[in-house]
Structures are given as C-alpha cells and as structure tokens.
Write a protein that binds this ligand. Structure first.
Ligand code: CU
Length: 189
C-alpha cells in the first residue's frame, strides 16, 4: 500500500522541475530580444557620392535595438585619411557615453584619440555617445569597439563630426548624406 504513494510522490517531484523549466521557457520567448547585441559597421572609401565624388561611406548606417539591451558598436574603418576635429567639435576627441567612458582601438583600451589622428567620429548627440575613429594604416583596417546600454526609446541621429566630407569646411557631401557619414539609431521598447 505504501509503494503506490511513494511512486505518486516521485512523479510529482519528477514533474515539478519540468513545470519550472516551462516558466523559464516563457521568459525565453521574449529572448527574441537578446540582452546583448553587436552592430558592425564598416567605413569604406571607395564609394562615389553623386555630385561629391569619392567620399567615405559607412555600411549598416542605421539599425534598431531594444531598450535595455547592451549594444556593442564595432566599427571597422579602412580610411587612411585624417580629418582633425575643429572648433566646437574638438570635444569629440574624447570617448563619451560608453561603458566606463572607454573604447577599444585595435584591442587597446583608450578614452580619447589625439586630434591629429582622428579620421571620423560616431556620435549620437542626443544619447551623449561618442566614439572617435582613428586613421587606419594604408591598405589595412582599424577596429574600434565600444559598448553602451540602450536606456531610452526613440530615433536618434548619429553624425560624424570629423570634417571628412566636401566643401570648404569638409562638412558637406557625405557628412550631410544619410547612409554615408550619418544615419539613425532606433531604440524600441
Ligand atoms: Cu567621417
């Protein structure tokens, strides 16, 4: 008479973890949005912009992440030209708004790039994020990586503030063209 009861108890215990797993699985359904995402962008110099000639162009210029996600921005630049920051944009030699205020340049942790060595910036003014991108060695690429947490929903324009474009100030051409040296970062709920 005791055996069937013991077996029933054993079955209950055997089922219990399955139920618990089921609950975790429910949470995992929203794991369609992982806690950490990486956005890879490449800066190429071979593109020709109508009316401006050869101009720096970024790939994956606009992307969308979810609020609460940790976002790693990985920028691979093939541009060997410098475009030192000028005037009010000089502050963008500093890394801003990233985890610990740092970025990785070719595997080395830095909190700024010397102005003479700046080639581009990836700057989201409204989120206070800035990644200075140094000059690449000719024929090679340089990899710059930084992480930030998406805490605010909305659509945020990013700009490059290094005068890498056309015109007397270098701020025209690619600098004003979405998909080239500017794009959008969208944070959804
Ligand atoms: Cu640029």
């Amino acid at each position: 008479m005791k055996d069937p009861l013991k077996r029933a108890a054993a079955v209950v215990f055997a089922i219990a973890p399955v139920v618990a797993t089921g609950i975790v699985g429910g949470g995992a359904a929203s794991a369609a949005a992982p806690s950490h995402v990486t956005e890879v962008m490449q800066i190429l110099t071979t593109g020709k912009l109508a009316g401006s000639g050869e101009q720096p162009k970024i790939t994956n210029s606009s992307w969308t992440v979810h609020k609460g996600q940790t976002v790693t921005v990985k920028i691979i630049s093939f541009d060997d030209g410098s475009a030192p920051l000028m005037g009010k944009y000089m502050k963008y030699t500093k890394v801003m708004g990233t985890t610990n205020g740092k970025e990785l340049v070719a595997g080395k942790v830095v909190n700024n790039v010397s102005d003479i060595n700046v080639s581009h910036t990836f700057t989201i003014v409204k989120l206070g994020i800035n990644m200075p991108i140094p000059v690449a060695h000719t024929g090679k690429s340089i990899v710059v990586t930084a992480t930030f947490k998406a805490t605010k929903t909305g659509t945020f324009v990013w700009n490059c503030f290094a005068p890498c474009g056309t015109g007397t100030t270098g701020m025209a051409g690619a600098m004003k063209t979405s998909g080239w040296m500017t794009g959008k970062v969208t944070v959804v709920a």
